[in-house]
Design a protein around this ligand. Structure first.
Ligand code: SF4
Ligand code: ZN
Ligand code: ZN
Length: 204
């Protein structure tokens, strides 16, 4: 296999003929399906990655492909695109299980941390900041209304952990004043139970 970038992949050859010596001892999971590991079709790449993650050679193979600057094929659970991302050094990383991970601080990274249950303070802080920015954007829209605020704005202030502004409080007060009185707590549950029991129960 060549390390020189080219427009086309090298000729397809049985994967085990391409592997370095330490990978040719019969334990590689890819030897039976070499074309799958050569494919650039996303579904094939995912299938190849899955097989890699059951392979005892995963980390050695991955290190080899990265060191070789291998341009083609899925090796050690990393596609050619994954390895390019690592080479570019823009925050992509490989975890201890050999999985390619999004740069910390991105929305995708927090999803991966949660999926793989490996908490990350950087990503949690970035996520909190994103949520706050989204809520501030909601507030900006609500404050631009003719009334200068709204019930949605009031709720958003509360979610931000701050006191609502005057117009939002006023909107909330107006909405509460026009809401029909509803029975609360035990009285409501009793009314619901009576309604469910039918007209006889209501009459008794
Ligand atoms: S890690 Fe993947 S590419 Fe490497 S030997 Fe195992 S199955 Fe083949
Ligand atoms: Zn992170
Ligand atoms: Zn407000």
């Amino acid at each position: 296999m060549t390390n020189t970038p080219s427009a086309n992949p090298p000729e397809r050859t049985a994967m085990n003929q391409l592997l370095p010596d330490f990978l040719t001892l019969g334990r590689a999971s890819c030897t039976a399906t070499p074309d799958l590991f050569w494919s650039r079709i996303p579904d094939d790449e995912q299938a190849a990655k899955s097989l890699c993650h059951t392979c005892p050679l995963l980390l050695d193979c991955q290190t080899w492909a990265i060191d070789q600057r291998e341009d083609w094929g899925t090796w050690g659970g990393l596609t050619a695109t994954d390895r390019l991302r690592l080479r570019r050094g823009n925050g992509w990383w490989v975890d201890l299980e050999g999985r390619i991970r999004h740069p910390c601080g991105t929305a995708q990274a927090i999803g991966q941390h949660r999926k793989f249950t490996d908490p990350c303070d950087v990503c949690e802080a970035a996520e909190a900041q994103r949520i706050e920015e989204q809520r501030r954007a909601v507030l900006a829209v609500e404050h631009a209304l003719a009334a200068g605020g709204s019930v949605r704005g009031y709720d958003t202030h509360r979610r931000l952990g701050e006191e609502a502004c005057g117009p939002c409080k006023a909107a909330k007060a107006r909405a509460s004043a026009t809401k029909p009185d509803r029975p609360k707590g035990r009285a409501r549950r009793a009314a619901q139970a009576a309604a469910a029991a039918g007209p006889l129960a209501l009459a008794s």
